[in-house]
Design a protein around this ligand. Structure first.
Ligand code: DGL
Length: 274
């Protein structure tokens, strides 16, 4: 085993959304330590320009490097869509995003070669899901739909609310008419609406959760690079560190509503200094 194996994995997102990815990493790779950064001062990324998203992502990568991370997971779909290569150039550790793993599984699931992707405006605009899907099979048609209201609704805790159902119906109607058989939940927050989206789309549509698939890819990548942690790395409460750029208390409430255990300490940092 490589000496880096005991170092943590850096995971970052524009805010709380990346906790859906973190949750999957905790479940699938319980020996791995995690340093999480949520850019709560500058969220949302989904409505920002490419240059801004790249600038923010590079600052965060530099911050995570100071925590001696052995790999970085860009848990944010928007940052993965625009800044994956730039983050890779910034650091000397392996970096993975959430888009490729999600696209790969979608391709393996579709039978009628019609895949829908729901995501932020920026992710849809980037066209990266479409590129990755078509790279694997150019016969596949990809139908992208931005669903910008989902993020604030989830953050408001309205995951089971009639208002959210109504909004979802409007967003998803078009995709239902496109006759897709696979739908990628291409934004960190959407797995939290999975049941509702599944009910609206019906049983014939397979939902793909890139958060889950990213944890699978991360596990494979750690083994390939010989940097996977063994059992000896488990110190329970010392395994996970959380950093944010603002509103630590609000972050904590959200984190404690979706993570499998209670987190107590969250540190606030000035990420623009990195
Ligand atoms: N984390 C973002 C994503 O997955 C959603 C929130 C935002 O717009 O920053 O695209």
């Amino acid at each position: 085993m490589n000496s880096n194996a005991l170092s943590p994995i850096g995971v970052f997102d524009s805010g709380v959304g990346g906790l859906t990815v973190t949750r999957e990493i905790m479940r699938q790779l319980p020996n791995e330590k995690i340093v999480y950064f949520g850019d709560t001062a500058r969220v949302p990324y989904g409505s920002k320009s490419k240059d801004t998203i790249i600038k923010y992502s590079k600052q965060i990568a530099r911050f995570l490097k100071t925590k001696n991370v052995k790999a970085i997971v860009i848990a944010c779909n928007t940052a993965s869509s625009f800044a994956l290569e730039e983050v890779r150039q910034e650091v000397d550790v392996p970096v993975i995003g959430v888009v490729k793993p999600g696209a790969k599984v979608a391709v393996s699931k579709t039978k009628n070669k019609k895949i829908g992707v729901i995501a932020t405006e920026a992710t849809i605009r980037s066209g990266l899901y479409t590129d990755f899907i078509k790279e694997q099979d150019e016969q596949i048609s990809v139908y992208g739909k931005a669903c910008p209201l989902f993020v604030p609704l989830v953050e408001e805790g309205w995951t089971n609310d009639p208002v959210t159902v109504e909004v979802a119906k409007r967003y998803l109607e078009e995709l239902k008419n496109d006759d897709i058989d696979t739908l990628v939940l291409g934004c960190t927050h959407y797995p939290l609406l999975r049941t509702m989206i599944g009910n609206l789309m019906g049983e014939s549509v397979t939902l793909v959760n890139p958060a889950y698939e990213t944890a699978v890819s991360l596990g494979e990548m750690l083994l390939k690079n010989d940097i996977a942690a063994g059992n000896e790395n488990r110190y329970a409460s010392e395994m996970y560190d959380f950093y944010v750029s603002d509103a630590a208390e609000k972050f904590k409430r959200f984190a404690n509503s979706i993570l499998p255990f209670k987190i107590e300490d969250i540190s606030q940092i000035s990420v623009e200094n990195y």
